[in-house]
Design a protein around this ligand. Structure first.
Ligand code: ADP
Ligand code: MG
Length: 323
């Protein structure tokens, strides 16, 4: 199965990808994660360092594919997940699609491309030009990471359009959205009401996830030392389990930009229902907290992890949109 993870820059694609890759490996699958972002830090929390990229390696061998060995470009990461970084074209020149094409070509030459149960492409997706849509040509499923704000959902909608386009010539489905770094999902819900697609999971902003990036470790590795973190791993295991059922997914019908703007303007400027819901949510969160609920990762009680900082972030998003 081939997966392509997309989403706005900085939204948490690599973090989510690394932890899903391990979750899939924990379920007995042979997994390869391919970082397709010129930032080339996709696999950092799996290996603990920035591995050499395919493009750098090919350049150092003058593009003689026959001189490249698997161990030059495929690195073993935590949990037995194999890791590759495609690297990027020179800034302001070249094409990300070319880089992904070269990466797949080399992996095929090395007989590595068909060796895995799962290949996960971690791709950037602010602006999905033809080049960065290239991994969709190889994927069975696209997964979109978003938060509960306008920009990430705008990017998600453009990625949905790319999936619809590619699905005309290749059996590609959108597995769904993953909400990340958000205590709320009301705007996500409003979007999927208008553009139906599954929501696989919603993860709140969790300080330990931020720390994992700094430490160069995944949550699974950190949870080995601190079992109190295993509830975070359960989010990722839940996503992995859904993917392993080979879900039907959807071929999305993206909204036009105008429809999307209207939907979001309406959400922020006419918040009659939304604000009522939010108030009820906050009240019920408090009563659940007082009742001592645990924070196991179900969609219902991810809101429990709402804290002042998150609330501030959410508020900022609203302000940003209104400005
Ligand atoms: P992307 O790959 O989309 O550019 P990253 O995965 O590198 O984004 O994440 C950007 C930053 O956000 C990292 O510092 C990461 O640790 C942090 N992050 C991601 N998800 C969460 C989360 N749920 N809670 C807290 N921090 C997160
Ligand atoms: Mg990344």
């Amino acid at each position: 199965m081939k997966l392509a993870v997309y989403g706005k820059g900085g939204i948490g694609k690599s973090t989510t990808s690394c932890n899903i890759s391990i979750a899939l490996a924990k379920r007995g699958k042979k997994v390869l994660q391919i970082g397709c972002d010129p930032k080339h830090d996709s696999t950092f929390t799996l290996t603990g360092f920035l591995i050499p990229t395919i493009i750098d390696t090919l350049q150092s061998k003058d593009y003689h594919y026959e001189d490249v060995w698997p161990e030059d470009v495929i690195y073993k990461g935590y949990g037995n997940v194999d890791c590759v970084e495609a690297g990027g074209p020179p800034a302001g020149a070249g094409c990300g699609g070319y880089v992904v094409g070269e990466t797949v070509k080399l992996l095929k030459e090395l007989n590595a491309f068909y060796e895995y149960d799962i290949i996960l492409f971690d791709v950037l997706g602010d602006v999905v030009c033809g080049g960065f849509a290239a991994p969709l040509n190889y994927a069975d499923y696209c997964i979109i990471v978003t938060d509960n704000g306008f920009d990430a959902l705008f990017a998600a909608n453009r990625i949905a359009a790319s999936v619809r386009e590619k699905s005309r010539v290749h059996p590609l489905r959108l597995a769904g959205l993953i909400g990340n770094r958000t205590a709320k999902r009301d705007l996500i819900d409003k979007y999927v009401e208008a553009c139906p697609m599954p929501v696989l999971e919603v993860l709140p902003l969790i300080e330990d996830i931020r720390v994992s990036r700094v430490k160069g470790k995944t949550l699974f590795e950190m949870a080995e030392q601190d079992v109190s973190l295993s509830y975070i791993c359960d989010f990722y295991l839940n996503i992995a389990d859904q993917l392993l059922t080979e879900p039907e997914g959807v071929v999305p019908r993206e909204l036009s930009d105008r429809e999307l703007f209207t939907l979001l303007t309406d959400f922020y400027l006419n918040p009659t229902n939304n604000s009522n819901n939010s108030k009820e949510e906050n009240i019920s969160q408090k009563s659940k907290l007082n009742a001592g609920w645990d924070s196991s990762p179900t969609l219902k009680n991810t809101n429990l992890l709402l804290n002042e900082k998150q609330h501030k972030n959410d508020t900022n998003q609203v302000d940003f949109f209104l400005v």
